[in-house]
Each structure stands twice: as C-alpha cells, then as structure tokens.
Design a protein around this ligand. Structure first.
Ligand code: DAH
Length: 371
C-alpha cells in the first residue's frame, strides 16, 4: 500500500510539474483533490478502517494530500509569475517616442491658486505643510478647543467614517489615533505641525476639506488654505500686515482695503473675520479700489488660543501666534470671475479650456502670480 501511495504521489507530482497553464493545473487539482478526486476518495476510506489500520494509513494518506496540495500551490505561483512577466513584457511603452497629440488638459484654477499661494507665502518665509484628509476627532476638533459637546461640531456637517463608528461601538475607539472622519477644515494641520516641529513656525497648509453641504457656492469637497505663525511676541499687528501683504500680492493691486470684524472661532482668541473691499465694474464685483462699494468676506483668523498651544505641548506664556483659514475655491472665483462653484469639479474639458492655465505659466512673484 505504501508503495502504491508513493507511486501515486510521483505520478501526480509529475503531472503537476508538466501542467503548461493554469487550466491544466486546475484539472490536476480536480483529479486529485476535487469532490470525486483520487485523494479525496482515499481519505473517505479512513472511516471504514479499523483503528489500527487507520493509525498506519491516516498519516500516509494525509502526507500524500499535503505533498500534492503543496505541489499545486508552487506550480500555480510559478505559472502566475510567468503570466505576469509575459504581460509586463508585452505592455512596455516607449516613453522616448514623440507624443502623437498635444495634451488637451490645462492647469485647474484651484491648482493655479495653490501655486500662487505657495509662491506668495514662500516670499514671506512660510513653508508648505500637509496633513491627512482622513483625520481623528482629536486633531480635527478636540485639540482645536472644540470638545465633544461643542455646538461647532454640529455646525461642521462632518462626514464620519464607518471604521470610527464601529470602533466606538466596539469600545476600541481612541480619539487621538482612530481615524474617524474626513477633515472639515485644514486647521488640524496646525496641530500636526505644532506637534512635529519646534517653534518658530511659519506654515501654510493648502488642501482638500469635506463637509456634507451642496449648492452653487458649496460642494461636499472643497479646498482651504490654513496659515499658522508661532513665535515669541506675535501680535494682531503681525496678522494684519501679513494678510494685507498677501491679499495685495494675490489680487495684484495695491489699492486693497481690508476690514477686520470681531468674530468667534473656538481655536482663536481674539478672532477676526477679514473682509476685502470691492468696487462695482459694469455691475460686477471686482476686488480692490481705495473707496469700496461693499465688502466680501474672505477669511477667518485670530490669535491662536492658549488652549490650542497647550494641547500641542507648548507653553502659551512663551509662544504666541496667529492663524488664518481661507477658502481657496472662493479665492479663485473672486480672482478669475467664476460665479458657480460646481463646474470646478465636473471635469468638463470646455470649462478647463476656458478657465484653466497653461502648464508653462508657473506663477512667480517677478513674472506675476496671475494669468
Ligand atoms: N477652520 C475655520 C473654518 O473652516 C477657518 C478658520 C478660522 C481657520 C479662523 C483659522 C482661523 O485658522 O484662525 O471655518
């Protein structure tokens, strides 16, 4: 019997090794291990044996089954690797060939504005920082002085993630490490930056943000830019000068008037909202003009709250700073004259041809950050 099993094993392994493709290999598997397979039937005979017979035959038949199963798995891996190699070889692209058509795309206004922001703020000594779009409760809210019961949480129309909800239900959620929501603003990047860098800090953080909101001026995904300065002896004066310098550079005119309005954000104290003056040109609002016809709100800002500085492990008596947050899509609309936000994200090539920028038009302060 042992001799028979050995023969059977050699015979099967030879067939497996000779299988030229995945189909042939599967036929070998069915023949040996399928419902009516040789080995399957052998295994069934164990039940009818005497205990003594089973003690001898059991391990031998199981050994045969294992040898054949391993042989099949190995051959399968080899065949799959060969198939992948063949596919990769047949799909090579010669990247050195000249393009047969000029690319049709343009630089999206949002990308353009982000590049402009980076350029303007780099000149003021700001680095660009980033953070994850999938955030924890703690970074998005708690560390920004928005505790669980704070009404601002409800106002943010947050998209919560199932993994966070499940973790909460299972009692395994940790507000600092469980990624449980899509960030509702870029402000959590303030926290991540203060936790990972030593002051003095000067950063801007442009990126995607998410809220469950949708109409002509709101989309569920939108873009913000955050600004943060942490240093010694920083005052509201620094904030005002920085934002004035930025707005003048961005709209490329000197006759910009800003209005600071007292406001409230949990993570700043005091908080100010910044409006920019506009003048009416042929019935259209145009940012700028020494004597504004009206005001447009463009960003929220303030002096970073002591509690936020403390939450990041810094001493608020030693370090102070200011922060601001601003909608990038809105900046683009004001500068380049779109009046509906929704087409920004439709991917319509006609809209991109109209509003997009040439990929060669890199914004520079010397060459102009505009179109
Ligand atoms: N995070 C706020 C929002 O999305 C905007 C904001 C306001 C950011 C004031 C700031 C700030 O950094 O200081 O509505």
């Amino acid at each position: 019997m042992t001799e028979d099993l050995n023969q059977m094993r050699d015979h099967m392994l030879t067939a497996i090794a000779a299988a030229s493709g995945l189909d042939a290999l599967d036929a070998c598997r069915v023949e040996a291990l399928g419902k009516q397979g040789t080995i399957t039937l052998l295994l069934k005979t164990l039940g009818k044996m005497t205990p003594e017979e089973r003690l001898v035959q059991g391990p031998q038949i199981q050994g045969l089954r294992e040898a054949v199963a391993n042989g099949i798995a190995e051959r399968k891996a080899t065949l799959e690797r060969a198939a992948l190699d063949a596919r990769l070889a047949s799909e090579t692209l010669d990247m050195t060939l000249p393009a047969d058509a000029t690319p049709a795309g343009t630089i999206h206004p949002v990308s353009q504005v982000m590049d402009e922001l980076a350029e303007i703020f780099a000149d003021l000594g700001f680095a660009v920082a980033t953070g994850p779009e999938i955030e924890t409760d703690w970074h998005n809210f708690t560390a920004l002085n928005i505790p669980e019961t704070h009404p601002a949480r409800a106002m943010h129309d947050t998209f919560y993630l199932q993994q966070g909800i499940d973790a909460k239900a299972a009692g395994t959620a940790d507000e600092k490490t469980t990624f449980s929501l899509l960030r509702t603003h870029t402000s959590p990047v303030q926290i991540r930056t203060m936790l990972s860098q030593k002051p003095p800090i000067r950063i801007i953080a442009p990126g995607r943000t998410y809220r469950s909101d949708s109409d002509a001026t709101h989309t569920p995904m939108f873009h913000q830019v955050e600004g943060l300065v942490i240093d010694k002896g920083i005052t509201l004066g620094h904030l005002k000068w920085t934002l004035e310098t930025f707005v003048k550079a961005f709209f490329e005119r000197d006759d910009i008037v800003l209005r600071l309005r007292p406001s409230y954000f949990p993570f700043t104290e005091p908080s100010v909202e910044i409006d920019v003056g506009y003048t009416l040109v042929k019935g259209k609002r145009v940012v700028g003009g020494a004597e504004p016809d009206g005001w447009l709100e463009i960003l929220g800002s303030g002096m970073v709250h002591r509690k936020v500085i403390e939450a990041c492990g810094l001493d608020p008596d030693e370090w102070q700073g200011f922060a601001f947050g601003c909608g990038i899509d809105r900046l683009a609309m004001l500068k380049y004259g779109m009046d509906d936000l929704r087409p920004f994200f439709d991917g319509d090539i006609r809209w991109l041809k109209h509003y997009g920028f040439s990929s060669l038009d890199v914004p520079t302060l010397s060459g102009g950050v505009g179109a």
